[in-house]
Design a protein around this ligand. Structure first.
Ligand SMILES: Cc1ncc(COP(=O)(O)O)c(C=O)c1O
Length: 431
């Protein structure tokens, strides 16, 4: 404390009962926290879980830039983002929008714009994320019918047809890849076409699959596709993408009631995404990051990207089995984008994830109540150097925790798998 002469006065014992400056201040006291440099590890963890995934340098650099969210520079960027997203979704539809929010916000945008109170919705549920679409539909007071697929397997065309006939829904929701239990709805193209023949709009969650495997929105007749940034696209979490078909847009344009979600109202979102004007302040850095992620997908091309993903994931799966561990999903229903591995009975998945992270600096994921760990194969995760490090870390973790595994055979299987093109047309050097 400075006295009138300007020198520092030390409070005397007599002042001890005087209120402290903090107690007299009208403000709450500022918390003392640790800087990020003390919290983040010096050696960054390799993100090999179910997302977020590692991001390329160009994406990281773009994510550090802030520009005006309106104006000609942003307009050019938005035009390019939409053009590239159309390629990635394989659609000629004009109705591509970005979403400031996670994949779940894009999911809620699809559902809240297409599903109205009392409308009949059929939700194909194979796991946690497909159940989320049912929950969102329920919250809109829709009349929700669930086709529950038991046993961690893909939905079959005939069971979907039976449910379509029984419920006659206006909308069908389905996930392409169920990240939670690594189930792949392989029959999605036929299911989507079938639903359209039954006069139903089709909403597809492609959050973990987009750009990792084929999804042809127009050819498969899908009405809304959603994805997040942090998975196959290898961008940051928090900026997502959605595409509506012309038919879906017609339904949205003709709505007379308002969407109760103001931020997720697709018609309002066109102010920013199609008219260069204000809806809300877009997360500019995240949009720039997404631009760069999409640009890299376009430069690689989808066929080459699908090939890289298939080859890496199959090589990973072979190496896991060669180690002596079991894959979780049955072959016919197995997702390549996220690989589920059964945890030996003596261990629990929390132990495995904690050990591999602390000891080997590799992050993998547990699963939603299942005795499974999951390794992602999305975007930058599908690189040979990341796979070698991850398989070595997983095998070493198992050995450290007392499980007998054959790590040399596993590493050899990985090496061999990476040399075999999953399809024609890509040189092994590309991964
Ligand atoms: C298939 C699927 N759908 C939806 C989501 C939700 O995405 P977000 O966590 O970005 O909201 C996820 C996230 O893991 C997912 O894997």
């Amino acid at each position: 404390m400075l006295d009138v002469s300007g020198s520092l006065s030390v409070p005397s014992v007599l002042d001890a009962d005087a209120p402290s400056p903090a107690a007299t201040s009208p403000y709450l006291s500022a918390p003392v926290v640790r800087p990020l440099s003390e919290i983040l590890p010096d050696d960054p963890l390799l993100m090999m879980g179910a997302g977020p995934v590692p991001i390329p340098d160009a994406v990281a650099r773009a994510n550090s830039v802030v520009i005006n969210h309106l104006g000609t520079t942003m307009s050019t960027i938005i035009t390019q983002v939409k053009e590239m997203a159309r390629y990635v979704f394989q659609t000629r539809s004009n109705w591509v929008l970005g979403v400031a929010g996670p994949g779940s916000a894009a999911m809620e945008m699809a559902i809240s714009n297409l599903v109205r109170p009392q409308s009949k919705v059929l939700c194909v549920v194979n796991g946690f994320f497909s159940a989320r679409m049912a929950e969102m539909s329920r919250r809109l007071n829709a009349d929700v019918a669930i086709l529950e697929i038991d046993g961690h397997r893909a939905a079959m065309l005939d069971e979907v047809e039976a449910a379509l006939l029984a419920h006659r829904p206006e909308c069908l929701t389905i996930v392409q890849g169920e990240t939670s239990n690594t189930v792949f709805n392989r029959e999605l193209p036929a299911i989507a076409r079938l639903a359209k023949r039954h006069g139903c709009l089709v909403i597809v969650d492609a959050v973990c699959t987009l750009s990792t495997m084929p999804l042809d929105m127009d050819t498969w007749q899908i009405d809304a596709v959603i994805t997040g940034g942090q998975k196959g696209l290898s961008s940051i979490p928090g900026v997502s993408l959605i595409a509506f078909s012309d038919e879906a847009w017609e339904r949205i344009a003709q709505r007379t009631d308002s969407n109760s979600h103001w931020c997720l109202d697709a018609r309002l979102a066109t102010n920013f995404w199609h008219k260069g004007s204000y809806h809300y302040t877009a997360p500019v850095s995240g949009v720039l990051a997404l631009h760069e992620a999409l640009r890299l997908v376009c430069a690689e091309t989808l066929p080459a990207r699908f090939e890289r993903h298939a080859r890496c994931s199959l090589a990973l799966q072979q190496s896991i089995e060669a180690m002596g561990l079991q894959l979780f999903a049955p072959t016919a229903s197995r997702l390549n984008s996220v690989v589920g591995i059964e945890v030996p009975r003596a261990l629990d998945n929390g132990q495995v994830c904690a050990h591999i992270s602390e000891r080997y600096h590799v992050e993998i994921s547990g699963s939603f109540g299942l005795p499974v760990v999951r390794i992602g194969q999305m975007g930058e995760q599908c690189r040979s150097h990341n796979l070698f490090r991850t398989v070595h870390a997983l095998g070493s973790t198992m050995r450290d925790l007392g499980v007998k595994v054959d790590l040399p055979t596993s590493m050899a299987a990985l090496e061999k798998g990476l040399q075999i093109p999953a399809h024609r047309g890509i040189a092994p050097g590309a991964i």
